[in-house]
Design a protein around this ligand. Structure first.
Ligand SMILES: [Zn+2]
Length: 420
């Protein structure tokens, strides 16, 4: 096991600081504090994770800082998990337009996550290696949490009042009827392992390949209907913040979301991750790689309020906070999934076209079109807008984003269309 934590390191006697930096620092202090812990036990050694708390939206602008936490549970080897850990973040970032403000950036993020996942899959498959991986990728900017995932590494959210919600969807053939129907419609076969004598055993798998998951990154030997298109959910936490638990199926096969949240409530994130792994181990033993990240998002107002013990003053302060929290909820008109959380976005479709929006193809200065997935520039004749139907003389000038030949081929293959 291995634990780590974030902490702000301030110099003892700071030298003269430029005004811009001071302003930046001030703004940064409005941001919630991120505290995290990590724990893992390996059985096959195919789980990988990523922790990055110093990402910036705007280069060299520390006030635009955001954090990324991710888990990659590999299968049939480790290369897909390693490749995804090393490249997914930059592939997602390259799909976000430059020079936009924070609100626009957060709005562009779900689509960029789709593009980044698909690009990572295409680039990894190009290497000709056969392994695959789940990917649960969490972006935290202020109180806004955006989660994109393929596979069955879950992310749960625990907020004030003990309300636990699932931010991911399990892409397992056994548990997901919709995904089974999609895979079958795209040319895959879904069934259990046949042992000698015709008895069927184990979970539902798709053939060829025998994978239990319906979405993943990599897996070039399994069939293109196992798509890398992530389920994406974006939520905004209330001013009381919240705790995320991100873990591979080694945890979730042993513990429900509520059990995992309960196993570590009231404990600092560094220790919490260890407690969740310990609880999973106690109930099931070590049967699989087990990795857990616990991330606390603590708003500035809460910095100095310890969870226990409660003094009179703290009780009073919590009352004030509860009232503020209540007012915030009442003011909000957005759809709410649970107390203290405003749902901003959710989309899980496996159809690429539905995930890229209907914006016009983006033209570069030289008249080339930029691919909405891999950001490669191509002359307009070499690819088609993804939403283009049969050609007609009165066709509208804008028919959705552009895909390069390569990504168009990938899109057709994922939908079960043969392309040569
Ligand atoms: Zn492309």
């Amino acid at each position: 096991m291995n634990a780590s934590s974030s902490s702000e390191i301030m110099p003892m006697r700071p030298p003269l600081v430029p005004l811009a930096t001071l302003i930046g620092r001030e703004r940064r202090n409005d941001k919630p504090l991120i505290k995290y812990g990590q724990a893992a036990l390996a059985k096959k050694g195919e789980d990988y994770f990523l922790i990055k708390t110093d990402c910036v939206r705007i280069p060299e602008n520390p006030s635009s800082v955001f954090s990324v936490f991710a888990i990659f549970d590999g299968h049939n080897g480790v290369s897909a998990a390693i490749y995804t850990k090393e490249n997914l973040l930059s592939h997602v970032m390259s799909a976000i337009p430059e020079g936009i403000d924070r609100e626009e950036w957060l709005q562009a993020l779900p689509r960029a996550l789709v593009a980044g996942f698909v690009k990572t899959d295409i680039e990894f498959q190009r290497k000709g290696e056969t392994s695959g991986t789940t990917a649960t990728f969490v972006v935290i900017d202020g109180l806004t949490v955006t989660v994109a995932s393929v596979g069955d590494s879950r992310c749960i959210l625990d907020v004030q009042g003990g309300v636990v919600s699932l931010l991911t969807v399990d892409h397992r053939l056994e548990e997901n009827v919709e995904e089974r129907e999609r895979v079958t419609a795209s040319g895959g076969e879904v069934g259990r392992l046949n042992v000698y004598g015709g008895t069927e055993v184990g979970p539902l798998r798709c053939w060829p390949g025998g994978l239990c998951l319906s979405r993943s990154i990599g897996d070039m030997d399994v069939g293109e209907f196992i798509v890398p298109i992530p389920h994406v959910k974006q939520v905004k936490l209330s001013n009381s913040g919240g705790r995320l638990i991100i873990a591979s199926d080694g945890i979730w096969d042993a513990l429900s979301s509520e059990m995992a949240a309960k196993a570590c409530r009231g404990v600092r994130a560094e220790l919490a991750a260890k407690l969740v792994v310990k609880e999973a181990l106690r109930s099931r033993g070590l049967k699989d790689d087990t990795t857990c990240l616990v991330v606390d998002i603590i708003p500035p107002l809460h910095f100095r309020i310890p969870p226990t013990p409660r003094t009179k003053q703290n009780k009073f302060r919590s009352l004030i906070l509860a009232k503020r929290f209540h007012n915030l909820i009442n003011k909000s008109t957005n759809k709410r999934s649970s107390i203290g959380v405003v749902e901003l976005f959710e989309e899980g479709s496996a159809v690429l076209v539905e995930r890229l929006g209907k914006d016009c193809p983006s033209k570069t200065n030289s008249g080339l079109l930029r691919c909405a997935v891999c950001q490669v520039d191509q002359p307009p004749t070499d690819g088609l807008p993804v939403n283009s139907g049969p050609l007609s003389p009165s066709s509208k000038p804008c028919e959705g984003p552009f895909l390069c030949t390569n990504c168009q081929r990938k899109k057709d293959a994922m939908e079960g269309k043969r392309s040569t």
